[in-house]
Design a protein around this ligand. Sequence first.
Ligand code: SF4
Ligand code: SF4
Length: 476
Amino acid sequence: MSEHIPVQQLPVSRKLTPAERGGKIHTRSFSGVFRRLRISIAGVLALLFFGTAWINWDGHQAVLWDLSERKFYVFGTTFLPEDFLLLAFAMSISAFLLLAVTVIAGRVWCGYACPQSTWTWAFMWMEKITEGDSYQRVKLDAAPWSLNKLLRRSSKHILWLAASLATGIAFMGYFMPVRDLVSDLVTVQLEGNYAFWVFFIAGMTYLNGGWLREKVCTHMCPYARFQSVMFDKDTLIIGYDAQRGESRGARRKEEDHRAKNLGDCIDCHMCVQVCPTGIDIRNGLQMDCIGCAACVDACDSVMDKMGYARGLVSYTSERLLELPSAQRSAIKPGIRWRTSLVAYLVAIAVLLAILALGLQAREQMALSAYRDRNVLRTNSLGEQVNVYRLKLTNKTQQIQTYQLTLASDKPLYLTKAYQLTLAAGERLELPVAVALKHHDPIHNRGGHINFNFQMNNVNQPEQTIEQSASFIYQTK
Ligand code: SF4
Ligand code: SF4
C-alpha cells in the first residue's frame, strides 16, 4: 500500500504570503528552464486547440461533433451514438492515465497542460504587456483614475475579451463547422443557441482566466481536492530543501554565511513573488501548489547570482526531503512501483485492449430494422405483407452504394429491389415491405417467422451486415 502524506500548512513563513493576505495576487514575471518548457507545451496545446478545427479530411472537417446529426467525425471516421461506448472507454483511459501520472509526477498536469493554468498564464502575460510588471501593477491599482490608468486597464480588458472570444469560437468550432460558424458570426446570422454557447464559453474564459485565476485551482477544481489522496512519499513534488536553506536570512554575496550559521536561503521572497497561487513553498507541501515550478526557476536564478548550487527549491519527493542530505545520493532515480500505480497501469492496459478490439470490430455501416406493428396487409396476389422501418447508415466518409436483400429459408421476399447510394456519414430511414408466398401449408396456423435483412456494400463485397427481424402472419 502507498503511504499517503497529509497536505499541511506549516506556520513557518515570517511574512504573510499573498495568498494569506487575500486580495489580488500580482505574480512577478521571471525566466528559466521550466518557464520555457511550460511556454513550449502551452504553445503546442494552443496550436492544437485553435488549429485542429480548421483541418479538413476527405473534404470534411477533420474533428467535428455534429450535435444536430448526432455524429462525431474524427479524421475520416464517423462515430454514431451507438459507438459512444468506445468514447466512454477512451475517456476512462484518459482518467486512469491522469491518475497514474499524478501518482508518479504529482500535479504536473496542473502546472504544464491544464487549460485553466495555460489560459491564466496567457492572461497574466497580457496584463504584463498592458499594465507592466507586478510592482507597476500594484502601483496602478493604488493610483487614482487617470487617462493613463484608463488606457492601460481598457487595453488589458480588450485583449482579455479578444482572447476569450477566440476561445469561445474555437471551442464551438468543434460542434458546428468552424468556417460556417465564423462567417455566420461575422454576418450576424449565427443561430441563437450556437451564439449563446460561443459567448458563454467566452464569458467563462474571461472570468476564469482574468479574474478567478488561482481560485479555480485552489477552491473549485475537483482534481485538486482528491489528488492529495494519490500522493505518496515518492511522488514528484516541488519542495524546499530546509536542511540546506535554514536558517534563512539576508547576507552579502561575499560573506561566509555558514560562519554566521545561515543556510542557503537568503529570504528574498522571489519564490513567493513568482508563485501564481501566492504561497510560500518553504512552508512545506501545500494543496494550493499547482506544481508549475515557477519558484524553482526563480530560486535557481537567485542561487546563480549568489554563487550557490542550484536546487534549493526543486523537483524532489517527500522521501528525499526527509533523508539527511548526505544520504540522498544513495537513492537511485527512477519510478518506484507501488500498488496503486500498478493497478492504474493494469486498468489502462485492459481498457486499451478493449478499445482496440472495439475499434477493430467496428462496422463501416449500420443497419437496424423495426417492424411497423400497425401495418399487416395483403398485396394484389393475396399474400400477407409486413412493413419494416429500416435505418441504414454509411459510417465511412466516402459515398457508398448498398444492396438490400433478405435471408430466409422460408418463402419470404422483398416486394421490390433496393440499391441505395448514401453520402458520407449519411443515415437513411426507409420503409420496406416483405411478403410471404401464401401457398405454404405450415403457415396456416399463424405465428411468426424469423429472418434477416442483409446489407451489402456493392463496391466492397466483403462488407456485409445482417439485422434480424420477425415476420408476423395470420391464420387464414
Ligand atoms: S527564492 Fe530561494 S533564496 Fe529566495 S526566499 Fe525563496 S527559497 Fe529562499
Ligand atoms: S509553490 Fe512553486 S510550484 Fe507551487 S504553485 Fe507556487 S510557484 Fe508553482
